[in-house]
Design a protein around this ligand. Structure first.
Ligand code: 0OX
Length: 326
């Protein structure tokens, strides 16, 4: 086979595999059986072995990097990663709502999102290519965990459009994966993870990306470092854009015109939370308009335009059979 023909066949295989990967991991709606996917992946890796010069960083074969790192590099975020103030009651939420009204009047809409209980991360894309991923760290400087984030199948290695920006999200471990992981560790008499959040954080802090690759991690994206470059006017439009670009955004988000609607949304998910396949520790309430977010601004580390309602802590029954370490 000529090198040109090989390149054509490689491109076709890469596009097919990226599409199937997106359907399976982002849409949760695979259209081919796993065996078929594995066969195509084998064809790709065989072809790349024969023509290594044709391997590209966004090839589906390039998810699990090579050797383990000796340490994580530091990364300075282009746009600082803010953290959220907390609300613990309806009164706290009404106080938040009152402060907003005092500052910008009554003409605004909220958007509510499930608060995924994982590890906050930032993904940097350049011309559509995933080039760097990092932890929040202190909000300004985080750790470079690119190799580990590349192993998360729902993170596209290339976007549908050549955007250059930072996107923020929560990497998490699905409940099922957490239970399987702890079951396996218990059988090997290893220390157990106390909860999916710790398991996700522990997995992403591994220096060897093969360990992260084995942990079935996932991610929901929930914001951009700087919406300015995209031209959207609201956070909700920003999330829809992220979805259109092939990124995974939680579909339970909802616009709420009044604080009553916010309370209904909180009530709904307080009840339905156990049925989710991932843990949430609250609800994030944001003013949707980006201009109004700018008008409200932020304190040193937390936005005035958003708050996290935290679910009441559940009493944790410590199992006497297994020593759980955080
Ligand atoms: N854990 C979450 O699901 C989550 C966390 N944070 C945010 O937004 C913050 C980010 C910076 C200001 C608002 N949204 C979320 N959905």
């Amino acid at each position: 086979m000529t090198s040109e023909k090989a390149e054509l066949q490689l491109k076709e295989l890469q596009n097919l595999l990226n599409k199937y990967n997106y359907e399976y991991h982002v849409l949760d709606n695979p259209t081919i059986p796993d065996a078929e996917y594995d066969k195509l992946m084998k064809q790709l890796t065989d072809l790349e072995k024969a023509y290594p010069e044709l391997i590209t960083p966004d090839s589906p074969s390039q998810r699990v990097g090579g050797a383990a790192l000796s340490a994580f590099e530091k990364v300075t975020h282009e746009t600082p990663m803010l953290s959220l103030g907390n609300a613990f009651s309806e009164a706290d939420i009404r106080d938040f709502d009152r402060r907003i009204r005092q500052a910008i009047g009554d003409k605004f809409t909220y958007i509510c999102e499930l608060k995924i209980d994982g590890l906050a991360v930032s993904l940097s894309y350049e011309e559509g290519l995933f080039i760097k991923g990092s932890t929040r760290g202190d909000g300004e400087i985080g750790e470079d965990i690119t190799a580990n984030l590349r192993t998360i199948r729902s993170i596209p290695l290339r976007l549908n459009e050549p955007y250059t920006f930072e996107v923020r999200g929560e990497a998490y471990m699905p409940k099922r994966s957490f239970l399987q992981l702890n079951k396996m560790r218990a059988e090997k008499e290893e220390m157990l993870f106390a909860n999916p959040r710790n398991a996700a954080a522990g997995s992403l802090r591994q220096l060897d990306p093969r360990i992260a690759a084995s942990r079935n991690l996932d991610i929901f994206l929930y914001g951009m470092g700087n919406y300015g470059t995209t031209g959207v006017a609201t956070h909700s439009a920003g999330l829809n854009l992220l979805e259109d670009l092939g990124l995974k955004v939680n579909k339970e988000r909802k616009k709420c015109a009044t604080v009553e609607e916010v309370m209904n949304y909180i009530e709904k998910w307080t009840v339905e939370r156990p049925e989710l396949d991932y843990e949430i520790d609250g609800i994030v309430i944001k003013v949707d308009s980006l201009d109004q977010q700018d008008e409200l601004g932020a304190t040193a580390r937390t936005p005035r335009w958003a708050i996290a309602y935290k679910f009441p802590a559940e009493e944790v029954v410590t199992k006497l059979t297994s020593i759980e370490l955080s």
